[in-house]
Design a protein around this ligand. Structure first.
Ligand code: ASP
Length: 438
């Protein structure tokens, strides 16, 4: 028992992930479909409990640490350079991700053998309802899309934005409030001290809650595998392969490039340092939900300092979704191949631009990609009926694909934060390379 608790957290989480996967697969393929679905339901509440615990931290963590981050920066101008750099690199990595999705989709042709006639009417109906209730069937133009995002950033009521868990308006208000405290000078000192102390406390609480991660991840994996199994591999074999391959390459090559050549830091400590966050992302399928873990590993394992970790990571959890954008490229090609639509060069470019834009203003929650996909499919000229034919099977088997996209999204946020922290001299490289963590 003592040995278990002495073991590094990431190893314990990894063990939880493997055991959960094995339990889930055992149930799925050892029992009848009905019995395994029932067994899955026993695991779900434990997974949800873990998810609730980390979600509970999202808003207070962003608000408290970001206000305190702005205070420790001391100069609002620095925030401008930091934000500008972060957004610039985020956009570039997202564009590379869509391109990679389009390239892999062109090579592997995931939609070529897919028979749209085999999609069941029930799946089409449930997909239509999901998309309509999320308002995803009303597609917007580029200008409208940008303005929607910009307007969503400024909250009319910050408390309401916090209650709804809307990350971008909370970021906006926290920055403005931090600037207000700085401008108040001496009079703002007591509240500044209070924020600094509260942000330390919430970071400690995050570490405490992370101790439950091995069990939470195990329960989530047991539930996912018992409920969904590996059916996606059979149903959407090429699509699954294409997504996993493209995401893997993106994390290794694009993020590896950022680390090695832009941040000029070694790769291994980076990948080892972020394992906790990747595994939580994989099991929860939500990069917003994973945010507290992402912020915690950034500071504890990568040595990224508060001003960068508290601003660049929450921003990334909403605006930077490499895996999601990459998947938009793949979906476009999957649809074009399955529906027999000819993609010309202009369409490739529009898909890339649209995918980058739509992946911005949306929160990182499970299956968000599929709600965004109506816009991408609109670009290649699919009718609403055709969109349903494509999205229905993807919805039915999305979970395993979503898990990989979410890992890629979170890895992207951490890679870009490391780069920005390096540029801004806000990283403790001794912590980054520390061996005793392992
Ligand atoms: N689930 C993903 C995330 O939270 C978004 C997606 O569906 O691609 O990052």
């Amino acid at each position: 028992m003592k040995a278990w608790f002495r073991m590094d957290l990431w190893k314990r989480v990894m063990i939880g992930l493997v055991i959960g996967t094995l339990i889930g697969l055992g149930l799925r393929y050892g029992l009848s479909e009905e019995a395994s679905a029932r067994a899955a339901e026993y695991f779900k509440p434990f997974g949800d409990l873990f998810l609730n615990l980390i979600r509970m931290l999202v808003v207070p963590l962003i608000f408290l640490t970001l206000v305190s981050g702005v205070l420790s920066m001391g100069d609002p101008k620095k925030l401008g350079s930091l934000g500008g750099r972060a957004i610039g690199v985020y956009m570039c990595t997202t564009a590379v991700a869509v391109t990679l999705g389009l390239v892999i989709g062109t090579i592997l042709q995931p939609g070529a053998g897919f028979d749209v006639g085999s999609v069941s009417q029930d799946d089409i109906e449930s997909t239509r309802q999901r998309l309509e209730s999320a308002g995803a069937m009303e597609t917007a133009g580029v200008f409208e899309q940008i303005m929607r995002t910009v307007l969503a950033i400024v909250p009319t009521n910050p408390v309401d934005a916090m209650a709804r868990g809307d990350v971008l308006p909370v970021i906006f208000f926290a920055i403005m409030f931090g600037i207000g405290i700085l401008m108040a000078g001496e009079a703002g000192k007591p509240v500044a001290d209070a924020f600094n102390s509260a942000s330390e406390a919430i970071l400690k609480l995050t570490l405490l809650i992370m101790e439950t991660a091995p069990y939470g991840v195990m329960a989530l994996m047991a539930w996912v595998m018992a409920a969904y199994g590996l059916d996606v591999v059979i149903a959407l074999g090429m699509m699954t392969l294409a997504l996993y391959l493209a995401c893997g390459l993106h994390m290794l090559i694009t993020h590896g490039f950022l680390m090695k050549f832009i941040a000029k830091l070694p790769l291994l400590p980076f990948y080892r340092g972020i394992t906790d966050a990747q595994m939580v992302a994989f099991s929860t399928s939500s990069s917003s939900g994973t945010l507290p873990v992402t912020m915690s590993v950034a500071q504890k394992n990568l040595g990224i300092k508060k001003p960068v970790a508290s601003s660049v990571l929450p921003l990334g959890a909403t605006i930077n979704m490499d895996g999601t954008a990459l998947y938009q490229g793949l979906i476009a090609l999957f649809a074009a191949q399955a529906l027999g639509i000819d993609m010309n060069f202009g369409m490739y470019i529009t898909v890339a631009v649209m995918a980058t834009l739509v992946s911005i203003g949306t929160a990182g929650i499970p299956s968000v990609s599929l709600f965004l996909a109506t816009t991408t499919l609109g670009v290649i000229g699919a009718t609403p009926e055709q969109m349903l034919l494509i999205l229905a099977p993807l919805f039915a088997f999305d979970r395993l694909l979503d898990m990989m996209r979410t890992v890629t999204n979170v890895t992207g946020d951490l890679a870009v934060s490391t780069v920005v922290a390096r540029w801004e001299n806000e990283i403790d490289t001794e912590v980054f390379v520390a061996e005793d963590r392992y």
